[in-house]
Design a protein around this ligand. Structure first.
Ligand SMILES: Nc1ncnc2c1ncn2[C@@H]1O[C@H](COP(=O)(O)OP(=O)(O)OP(=O)(O)O)[C@@H](O)[C@H]1O
Ligand SMILES: CC(C)(CO)[C@@H](O)C(=O)[O-]
Ligand code: BAL
Length: 388
């Protein structure tokens, strides 16, 4: 099932970005795609437990969505909200499954929020795969029906005019507009590299929570600092919702799924695993009883340095260069750097690397969407649990 979802997404990306068919991986060959399409069109509707009929409505405006939500409340139903920026993958779907297991109804929002992208970031090229996303959600909703779980009763896909009614949204650092800021938490790590990122995330999530009034909201551990920001937002503004965190979904070798991975291509994807590897090396130190920062992080930094040197030594047509943005060992509630882990609290190991554009792309090489020329920022983390 996961590969069928991936195939649909990849095809939609290629259509949007006019990527030449010869760059499609063999996984997405024509017979495979025909099988996916046959599966989608032939699977018969299954028994639905008790859908809030008629279900999976698409909403673009606030008032009709609010009315829908009010009707749910009057019918004693519970609501889980899964905020996304679309380009759905298994990570998103795992959150929807979790939300459906814990609520009668799930709302999925799909909105690429401009205020969390800095002026020089990848807003323009961010993947947009609306039709594939809707097909994926339709298939998933059938799966939920067959499980007797909660159902996806609404997709909220607002326009920017709806989300930012007063001003055109401003992504500059001074930022004219109505914003929510969580300081200094939102300025550390991801926030240091993406100065308007958490202002945009906190602001759009405040809007989404106000519009949907969810009983529970679902976020992925992959974006761990985002989960810490959201928990703080809910606490400090007394928002009446429960924050639920889902585990990071990964490829077999450990690479965290991410909407931006479609830009990697094979060469950068194979080297990009360095981030997960270095975090695991640091985790092993913690599991072996080390508590001091230097003792935990040195093998991680060493692995990054060695991998970088190995790549630099290769000829341009074979290498994938990257920059390490940060490797962090932080307090789980504040994301401030730790000199020593308090066993009672544990810690968050996290990192970010930027995969640089490919040099000397080869004819026939699988380059990913964008021909290997779009820089890709990868993030990942491991939670170091408190020791009982
Ligand atoms: N691999 C994953 N496992 C679990 N949850 C994930 C995963 N990737 C993303 N999510 C969660 O899905 C939600 C929506 O994320 P988003 O739409 O930005 O996707 P993304 O894959 O994180 O994209 P990006 O490439 O922008 O990082 C967030 O709560 C995010 O943490
Ligand atoms: C939470 C979110 C949907 C806000 O735009 C986004 O940051 C994301 O997809 O992680
Ligand atoms: N998953 C976080 C959204 C972003 O990178 O903009």
């Amino acid at each position: 099932m996961a590969s069928q979802f991936q195939a649909l997404r990849y095809l939609a990306m290629c259509t949007n970005h006019h990527c030449p068919p010869k760059r499609l991986s063999p996984l997405y060959s024509a017979p495979f795609v025909r099988r996916v399409v046959r599966f989608l069109s032939s699977s018969s509707p299954r028994r639905s437990p008790k859908p809030f009929a008629p279900h999976t409505q698409v909403f673009r405006d606030v008032d009709p969505l609010r009315k829908w939500r009010r009707d749910l409340l009057l019918n004693n139903r519970t609501l889980g909200l899964v905020p996304t920026m679309g380009a759905l993958h298994e990570g998103h779907l795992s959150l929807v499954r979790q939300a459906a297991a814990e609520n009668t109804d799930v709302f999925v929002s799909i909105y690429v929020n401009p205020t969390q992208f800095g002026m020089n970031e990848d807003l323009a090229s961010y993947p947009k795969t609306w039709e594939a996303d809707m097909k994926i959600l339709t298939v998933l909703d059938r799966e939920l029906a067959s499980l007797g779980a909660g159902r996806i009763s609404a997709v909220f896909a607002p326009s920017t005019k709806t989300m930012y009614p007063t001003l055109p949204p401003d992504s500059s650092i001074p930022g004219a507009g109505s914003f929510v800021e969580i300081r200094p938490l939102g300025q550390l790590l991801e926030g240091a590299s993406r100065p308007v990122f958490f202002r945009g995330v906190a602001t759009v999530c405040m809007k989404l929570f106000n519009i949907c009034a969810p009983d529970r909201v679902y976020f992925g551990q992959k974006d761990i600092q985002q989960t810490v920001v959201i928990k703080r937002l809910v606490k400090d503004f007394h928002l009446n919702t429960e924050v639920r965190i889902g585990p990071t979904e990964r490829e077999k070798d450990g690479l965290a799924l991410s909407s931006r991975n479609v830009y990697l291509g094979t060469r950068r994807r194979n080297v990009g695993i360095v981030l997960n590897q270095l975090l695991r090396k640091a985790e092993a130190q913690y599991n072996a009883g080390k508590r001091k920062r230097g003792d935990i992080l040195w093998p991680a930094n060493d692995h990054a340095d060695k991998t970088l040197l190995e790549q630099e030594a290769l000829e341009p047509g074979k290498r994938a260069r990257f920059e390490v943005d940060y490797i962090s060992l932080a307090n789980p509630e504040t994301m401030e750097e730790l000199e020593e882990v308090d066993e009672a609290k544990g810690a968050i190991l996290s990192g970010a690397v930027k995969m640089l554009p490919l040099e000397d792309a080869k004819e026939g090489e699988e380059l990913g969407v964008g021909g290997g020329q779009i820089p890709v920022r990868l993030i990942d983390n491991i939670v170091l649990d408190p020791v009982a």
